[in-house]
Design a binder for this molecule. Structure first.
Ligand code: SAH
Length: 330
């Protein structure tokens, strides 16, 4: 029995069943604190770990916006849940080429992943949560596969919140979910939108999810590149839920401009992934196949291209962001 399972059992024996949200929060905190889950040998792979093109295009998106905003002084790069720091390293390289070298602020809960990030981003500042982010100067915020890891609350058909109990066999949920919400995601988006209003800047959110509300039960456990039982071996699988993009847009409160969500595939194509792949192939022809496979994996509709969505929130004084069809202001 893992230390987390022992702790959860003791807690439930003492206080009674815990909410799905508390279970998910405890599982993911333990999961990310005890391993580097990314890549072929791990549990799942994310866009920046598939190819440098992803982080580079995010960096180009930020540099372009910053340029057209008049190159404001004192802007900071902020990333929520930066994983191994790969996206930030690729993005910052492109941004530096465009003359933009912001301070780097990383919001990361896992001590283990902070170490991996420090190896790539030596000058960064780390934060336990968004409260301590700089209070002055524009913020350019990136969150790739961050919101799906945040704890969700689930409710049954009688409207009651679902809970998790323990038995000799394992853990079990109190019923079937007909509705779910992610209060922490809404809280974070509302707070960051308020900062964009005050400080200027933009936030880019990339995640898998849906753009219409109403999903009932999207909680899943991911392990070894497949699905696992969320109620078995707590803390040994990644627990995730689909991101409700319309709820995030609503949480922004109408004071920032919201763009998207658009499919990741269209967004990356609009930003020039085909050209970037061609350029990389010209300088490393022996890698042509690998580069093309990565491009397809990031953009094809039967891979990450359609399931993953991109949404931007932009401060009102700032220009239109690249990659979103115009007139999609919300
Ligand atoms: N963005 C990275 C990693 C995605 S995995 C990539 O695309 O590869 C989720 C990341 O969010 C991990 O770094 C994890 O440790 C972090 N994380 C999860 N929940 C968090 C929380 N509540 N607060 C801060 N970081 C969190």
């Amino acid at each position: 029995m893992s230390p987390l399972e022992r702790e959860l059992r003791a807690r439930i024996a003492r206080d009674g069943p815990i909410s799905v949200a508390d279970y998910m929060a405890a599982c993911n905190a333990y999961y990310y604190a005890t391993r580097d889950p990314f890549g072929a040998a791990g549990d799942f792979i994310t866009a920046p770990e598939i190819s440098q093109m992803f982080g580079e295009l995010v960096g180009a998106w930020i540099a372009d916006l910053w340029n057209r905003a008049g190159r404001p002084q004192g802007a900071a790069y902020v990333e929520l849940g930066p994983g191994r720091g790969t996206l930030a390293a690729d993005a910052l390289r492109v941004m530096a080429k465009a003359g933009f070298e912001p301070d780097v602020h990383l919001v990361e809960a896992s001590p283990l992943l902070r170490q991996a990030q420090a190896a790539r981003l030596p000058g960064a500042t780390w934060h336990d949560d968004i409260a301590t982010l700089p209070g002055e100067g524009p913020l350019l915020i990136v969150a790739n596969e961050f919101f799906d890891a945040l704890p969700i609350r689930q409710f049954g058909s009688d409207g009651r919140e679902l809970t998790v109990a323990a038995s000799a066999e394992g853990f079990m949920r109190s019923g079937r979910a007909v509705r779910e919400t992610c209060p922490l995601a809404l809280e974070i988006v509302a707070a960051l939108a308020a900062r964009l209003v005050r400080q200027g800047g933009a936030m880019l959110i990339v995640d898998y999810g849906y753009d219409r509300p109403g999903a009932a039960d999207t909680l899943q456990a991911v392990s070894r590149h497949g699905f696992a039982d969320p109620w078995a071996a707590p803390g040994e699988h990644d627990l995730t839920a689909h991101v409700d993009f319309s709820a995030l847009a609503g949480a922004a409160g109408g004071e920032v401009r919201v763009y998207g969500p658009v499919d990741q595939g269209s967004w990356l194509r609009a930003l020039g992934i085909e050209q970037r792949a061609a350029a990389l192939t010209r300088s490393a022809p022996e890698r042509a196949e690998e580069i093309n496979a990565a491009r397809a994996r990031l953009t094809a509709t039967d891979q990450m291209g359609e399931l993953f969505k991109v949404m931007a929130m932009v401060s009102c004084g700032w220009p239109e962001p690249a990659g979103f069809p115009s007139n999609r202001l919300a």
